[in-house]
Unconditional design. Structure first.
Length: 180
């Protein structure tokens, strides 16, 4: 894989992982080594981890589902930000399918589902903007090491953790106007 493609994959996976951490979910492993049909992968907790499948679609589970959708969208958005011409829709097909299926559980029509996904894409982009330096740190470390364990990931982001809520990431200082 070329350096440019590897960089695209590193930012894609870093986007997923950093948003996962920003939403309070534990990251267990990140890799930019080929895995089955994907060029990289993030293993970690889902915001839906304690929710039964039949509960998805009910109002109390909506915030958890929004988090899962945002994590799915974060990879492509991070990749597009750093290398916009590198992104191809087929690369994120699985991420977008998962996001669409979850969104459709809350929206009765295709039009509403698309609007809901567009809104969550804006929220996801705002979160990525707020944590962009952390995304860069993780992506560059992935380019050097090819994979990170959950412990290594935690050590890298530890200085960026919020003191009041240690499982949540602080907004990067250079983006004071970005919304969390």
């Amino acid at each position: 894989m070329s350096r440019r493609n590897l960089t695209a994959v590193a930012y894609h996976e870093a986007g997923h992982a950093v948003l996962m951490a920003a939403l309070g979910c534990r990251v267990r492993k990140i890799t930019i080594r080929r895995y089955a049909k994907s060029a990289g992968r993030v293993h970690g907790e889902s915001p839906l981890r304690r929710i039964r499948l039949e509960e998805i679609g009910r109002p109390p589970t909506r915030l958890h589902a929004e988090g899962a959708i945002m994590i799915s969208l974060a990879g492509a958005l991070a990749q597009k930000r750093v290398l916009p011409r590198s992104w191809r829709s087929w690369q994120s097909r699985g991420d977008y399918q998962k996001a669409t299926i979850l969104a459709h559980r809350f929206c009765p029509s295709v039009v509403e589902t698309k609007a809901f996904l567009n809104w969550l894409e804006v929220r996801t982009q705002n979160r990525l903007d707020a944590h962009w330096r952390t995304v860069e740190l993780i992506a560059n470390t992935l380019l050097e090491r090819k994979s990170l364990s959950g412990k290594e990931f935690d050590e890298l982001i530890r200085p960026r953790r919020c003191l009041l809520f240690p499982n949540i990431l602080q907004v990067d200082r250079e983006h004071p106007t970005a919304h969390q």
